[in-house]
Design a protein. Structure first.
Ligand SMILES: [Zn+2]
Length: 207
């Protein structure tokens, strides 16, 4: 569970109460891809739109220490990796060639710094593992970890279960379980309601 104790109520309301899509807990890259969402009604929410929001997102996923203070450029680097990972996921799902610029961006993030946590020692903690400290290195480590996970997701055993949520206007990706291809109960209910409405009125609103 995430702890929100440090977050003010105003900031809290910025994060929509939507559970992570299936697979997002195991694959931070999938979670990253889903961090800019289109909500029912068409509003957009970006969970990485400010340095504070991006910092919380990373801390909640164990990708940055709680005291990391991200800068604007750090948040924007995370958002730009996301905008490269999304087309890669889409190309894998649709069986299209992977976009070369997206591959280059993911490979750059992969090789910028090692994804491994460093072994460190301090008098208070003894031996422990963490990222190196300067904020840019924290962010680069997070980018490397997210890029490595994207590569693993796209080529590993889960790749064939990767799909896009089938409930418009939702834009989240998920790992399919059986026939279920919705990212959440809310999306499933909305898709069923839309189908029922289409049957009643004899109109098809969506495919
Ligand atoms: Zn959805």
């Amino acid at each position: 569970m995430r702890t929100m104790s440090r977050v003010t109520p105003v900031e809290q309301s910025a994060e929509p109460a939507l559970p992570p899509a299936p697979g997002a807990a195991q694959h931070p890259a999938l979670d990253l891809a889903n961090s800019a969402l289109v909500l029912p009604g068409g509003q957009r929410a970006d969970l990485l739109d400010t340095p504070g929001a991006a910092q919380r997102w990373l801390v909640d996923r164990g990708l940055a220490p709680a005291d990391a203070e991200l800068r604007d450029t750090c948040a924007s680097r995370l958002r730009s990796l996301r905008e490269r990972i999304r087309p890669l996921l889409a190309s894998r799902i649709e069986g299209r060639p992977a976009p070369a610029d997206a591959l280059a961006a993911v490979n750059e993030a992969l090789t910028l710094v090692p994804a491994a946590l460093l072994l460190q020692w301090s008098p208070e903690h003894g031996l422990y593992r963490s990222t190196a400290h300067p904020t840019t290195q924290i962010v680069e480590h997070a980018l490397a970890t997210l890029a490595a996970d994207a590569a693993e997701l796209l080529t590993g055993p889960d790749a064939d279960r990767l799909t896009a949520c089938g409930s418009a206007p939702c834009n989240r990706y998920l790992l399919r379980h059986g026939r279920r291809h919705w990212c959440s109960t809310r999306c499933g209910d909305r898709a069923r309601a839309a189908r029922a409405y289409a049957r009643r009125t004899g109109r098809t609103e969506e495919d």
